[in-house]
Write a new protein. Sequence first.
Length: 165
Amino acid sequence: MREYQVSVAGLLRGSGQQQAFEIVSALEGLYVTSSKVDADQPVAVDGEVEAAGEGLLVSVRVRTRFHGECVRCLEPVSGDLEVEARELFREGETTEETYGFNGEVVDLSELIHDQVVMTLPAVPLCRPECLGLCQRCGKNLNLGPCGCDLERGDPRWAGLDQPGS
């Protein structure tokens, strides 16, 4: 069986039955603009599959680590990521409302991918009060002042400082 597949043969015989599972593997393609989960980073998933009249109800808890760079100061950022989800799987192809499965195996890869990508920070910060980089010299202002005179405006825009402009 592939990494994030769960055999559900015993559950397909009737409603109300449950089956717990735990999987730890890696999954590629987990990234957004400024943060990602490395392709070799373990992604731990535990949960249960429950037979429901219209399909299989899957509950998961996904845990992994992400890294990226602070969007203000460009320093490395990393952290733990945890997300919980509960989704319905129906026999057949995936639709806008449900995930699909075929046969006696449910592949959770798409569900895990979707949940992790939606949870990854699109705008990671090293800390909420990050001061960022000086817009003139590029020094990391979290390490101290740079000495640039930021009160003086850019001479190319001086005309806009005049009244009536």
